[in-house]
Design a protein around this ligand. Sequence first.
Ligand code: DQA
Length: 149
Amino acid sequence: MKQKKNKRILVIHGPNLNLLGKRETSIYGRLNLENINKLMRKLAKELDAALTIVQSNHEGSIVDLIGNAPKKYDAILINPAAYTHTSVAIRDAIAAIRIPAIEVHLSNIYAREEFRHESLISAVAKGQICGFGIESYLLGLRACVSLLK
Ligand code: DQA
């Protein structure tokens, strides 16, 4: 019998998400990145997914991660953070690869300042989940796994 292969998902946290827990807590909450990663790893175990989690403050590094992802991963879960609203390079990197990317945000970007209302990423992402705090990541992870079924 063929053995079921775990789904491999690359999680990318964009700029300033390393500061979660201390940063604008009224918007992003008190959980830090480690807390979020721990909850994602727990869910990944239940869903039989293998996670690699990275955080980067650098646009070019994120572009490299996305471009190389198809060699090792089945899908990408990404919170592009501020690059959501500015990065044509990250958008083009996602458009260039053959594996799906799901975009997540802790806050509801459409309920915030106008410059956050546009996501350059959403048109090339499989879908976007925002506004649910940490739950956005967990829903995104579930969406990744069911996409890959
Ligand atoms: C964010 C929303 C972005 O507008 C912001 O620049 C972030 C975090 C979120 O998760 O809510 O850094 O992506």
